[in-house]
Write a protein that binds this ligand. Structure first.
Ligand code: SF4
Ligand code: SF4
Length: 430
């Protein structure tokens, strides 16, 4: 039985940023010498590697470790493979890093595979080429026999605070979003499409040919998993087949716009739109080729890193620290925050004082004050079985309000990742 906490429901309010408050067009940032791309596959497990150091690659080429693999990256520039190495992702997930040397940039050439196979658009060519687009669209859900997709939900607001990439696309690229929505309808057969936007973008969103719904401006209302929960509850209230779970496919507005542009032009758009927050708190939009090292982004903004400064990839609630200026912008980097060492609070590391703030803010009513005791002790199965670990949507709000500055969010991520690995190992050995 799940154990509940007794704390009340007062919640602090944090508001999402609004795209109209960010001035100027995105600064275009180009990589100088190399790009680094991640393939979501462990390198050391591959015996029949399809990529080799020294191979030349073309712009838009699909890079996979084994021929025909569904784990791939898309090269944003022509160049030569300079290195292939194992890389451990933020939650400990094994990846492969592919470095592409751009010194031969004079010989830019587009790979023709997508163009040649993208007419007409199909679910197959979307899965084969578009899962590396900005925003990381995923199409597996449409071929999962255990799911029956009731509607496609396009989210026109970012999950974390500061992020405005999706709002930017709704405001400035609604025609591409409309094209993307029309194509999604055709290739999936799912006709109901809902575009979720903040109140101030309702009028623009109304031209996309989808049902428009608004989302509250308070964090974490725009978290995709909260939005999904809302739609599932609405479907049940609306009389969805009794006992049958309603499934929804989720895309963000940036990925739908880039999908629309890709099929329209036969060319893969591989520039990620993100928000750059400099040490003085100034916020600027940037358009950065996926794979561009952080160093090139810093140079473009005239920002320097000194001893003790911190770089966060992602928003203030769920972002992660990055420790190398070679770390690349990825397809889901929505925000980069640079913090001066003088702004960084030391972690006092005091024990939980049972103040209950974490419980009050949790949008899914996880008894965080109880859960954290088990996570600190490494008792992950108990945390999942008795304290509702899997109801957590990873919004990070509990860690933000924690009086004792306990890194609750990191504990939660580690616990989920460890349990996932244990479950995967059990399946492999079964
Ligand atoms: S990170 Fe999880 S446990 Fe913490 S507030 Fe968000 S949903 Fe609740
Ligand atoms: S100290 Fe932190 S973990 Fe403990 S109850 Fe308060 S907010 Fe929750």
């Amino acid at each position: 039985m799940m154990k509940r906490s007794f704390f009340g429901i007062f919640k602090p309010k944090l508001e999402y940023d609004v795209i109209d408050d960010i001035k100027g067009e995105p600064l275009v940032v180009s990589p100088q010498k190399k790009i680094t791309l991640f393939i979501d596959q462990a390198y050391e497990k591959i015996s029949d590697v399809a990529l080799k150091v020294g191979d030349s690659v073309k712009r838009g080429q699909k890079l996979a470790l084994t021929p025909g693999s569904d784990r791939y990256a898309l090269a944003g520039r022509s160049g030569r493979i300079a290195g292939i190495s194992p890389f451990i992702g933020i939650s400990g997930e094994p990846k492969t890093a592919v470095d592409i040397d751009l010194s031969d940039e004079g010989r830019q050439e587009d790979d023709a595979d997508f163009k040649n196979s993208s007419k007409p658009p199909t679910l197959k060519n979307a899965r084969d080429f578009l899962e590396g687009l900005p925003g990381k669209p995923e199409f597996d859900v449409f071929s999962d026999p255990g799911k029956s997709i009731r509607a496609i939900v396009v989210i026109g607001v970012d999950a974390d605070l500061y992020g405005v990439a999706n709002q930017y696309f709704v405001k400035n690229n609604i025609i591409s979003i409309k094209t993307g929505i029309d194509i999604l309808r055709k290739i999936t057969g799912v006709l109901d499409v809902v575009l979720v936007v903040p109140q101030h973008l309702v009028q623009t969103a109304g031209t996309a040919g989808a049902i428009v719904k608004t989302v509250d401006s308070r964090y974490p209302a725009a978290h995709p998993r909260l939005i999904m929960r809302h739609f599932q509850e609405e479907a049940v209230r609306g009389g969805a087949a009794a006992g049958k779970k309603s499934d929804f496919a989720v895309f963000n507005a940036e990925s739908v716009a880039t999908l629309g542009a890709a099929y329209n032009t036969g060319r893969l758009p591989l520039e990620k739109t993100l928000l750059f927050v400099s040490k003085d708190g100034n916020k600027r939009l940037a358009s950065v080729l996926i794979g561009t090292p952080l160093k090139d982004v810093l140079n473009a903004f005239g920002e320097t890193l000194n001893q003790g400064d911190r770089v966060i990839f992602g928003g203030p609630m769920t972002g992660v620290s990055v420790y190398s200026d070679q770390h690349p912008v990825t397809a889901d980097t929505d925000t980069i925050i640079i913090q001066d060492s003088s702004q960084i609070m030391e972690q006092p590391g005091t024990p939980c004082i049972n103040c209950g703030e974490c419980v009050r803010v949790c949008p899914t009513n996880v008894p965080v004050n109880l859960l954290i005791r088990f996570l600190e002790a490494g008792q992950y199965e108990e945390a999942a079985g008795q304290y509702d670990l899997y109801s957590c949507i990873d919004c990070g709000f509990c860690a933000y309000v924690c009086e004792s500055r306990i890194p609750i969010f990191q504990y939660i991520k580690l616990a989920k990742h460890t349990l996932d690995r244990m479950n995967a190992a059990e399946v492999t050995h079964a």
